[in-house]
Design a protein around this ligand. Sequence first.
Ligand code: SF4
Length: 380
Amino acid sequence: MKVKPNDLHKIIKYPSQLDISFTEQCNQDCDYCWADKSAKTRLDYNAIKKAIDIFCGLPLREKTVTFTTNEPLLDAALYKKTVNYLLSKRNPDNSIRIITTTNGILLTKPVRDFIVERLNDNFWLNISLDGLRQSHDAHRKLRGKPGISAFDISWKHFSRLPRDKVRVISTITPSEIGSFRQNMDFILDSGFRNLDVFAQMYTLWSEPDLAALERGLRYLVARFNKNPEERNNLRLLNRLWGDTHYAKVLFGSDAKFYLFEWVLAIPYLRRRKFIIGDILSGIDFDKRIALFDELFYSASKYNSPMPCKGCEYNTFCSYPLPLFLWCTYQKRDFSRYFMNFCSIAKIFIRFSLEVAPPVKNESDSIKLNKYLNATAKRAC
Ligand code: SF4
C-alpha cells in the first residue's frame, strides 16, 4: 500500500484536516448513509472555538476544516458563527480551507446568501445531489416526512446557486446505475461543472452492476473530454481513495477529538477507544498513530497475502480502513466488501486516468501525502 504502518509516524504526526460534527442528527434518513447517528449530543460555540484554536495551533500552514457527514445547516446560526470565527483565524501562517457539504434541505436564502458571498478557492460548498428526482429520492428520505420528496426541496435551493462555484457530490448505487447517464446529464445540463462521483461502497455490486458502472463512466468521461470548458472539474477519486483518512481528525458532537470522521459509523457508546483528545488536553498525537497502526494491522489480517502488492493502481488507491471499521461494527464480511471495493476502485481509477488532463483533479490525496511527508520531515 502507499502508506505503510511503519511510515505512519513520519507521515501523520499532525492532522491537516479537522472535521467538525455539530450534531449527529440529520434531517434526512438516507438508506445508504454509513453514519450510526446514535449520539444525542450537540456542540456549543465555546467548545468549537477551543477546538479550532487547538487545530490552528498545529505547526502546519495549510489546513482544511470541513462540515460534513452530518447536516451542518441544522443550526444555521451556529454554523455561521463558526465560519466567521474560522475566517478570523486566517493569517499568513494559517491558510484555512473551509468545506461545507449539505443536503440542501435547509439551504434557504439567508444561509445561502451567507455562503455564496464567501465562496472562493478557500471556501467551498459541496451539495449532495444524486440526479433526477427518482434517483435522488430512491435513497434520500426526509426524516419524519414520508411521501414528501427530498429532491423537490433540495432542488428548489440548489437551482438558485451559482453553478460554477459549487461542487456536486453525486452518490451512485447499484439500484440507480441504470439511470446513471440521465442523472449525470441532468446535473451537467443544469449548468453544474464541478462534479464528484462517489460510488456507494457499503453495498455489494453485482457483475452486471459493475458493467453498467463502466459503461456509465465511459460516457461521462467522454462527455467531459469532448467539452473543453467542462474539463478539470470531474473528480472520480475522492475521500475513499488515497490516504486522506490519515490526514483527518474529527471533533465530535460530544466535544471530543476522535481518530477520524469514520468512527461515526460506530455506535456512540462503543466509540470511546478512538478518542484522541479533548478541548482541555488537546490532541494526543502518539495515540493517533498507535490507533492507525492497530487498525491497519487488524484490517490487513483479512487480506493475507495483500492483493494490492504489485497492483498497477496502487499509486492512486489505498487500503479502505473506513470500510473495515464499518464492517467490523456492522458485522459484515470485510473480505467480501474489500473485493467489492477493489473492483469498483479499479474501474474508477482507470477512468479517472482518462479525464483530460489526466488526474489533475484526482490528486488531492497524493498532494496531501507529499505535503504531509514534507511537513513530517520538517517536524521530526
Ligand atoms: S485496486 Fe484493488 S488491488 Fe489495487 S490497490 Fe486498490 S484495493 Fe488494492
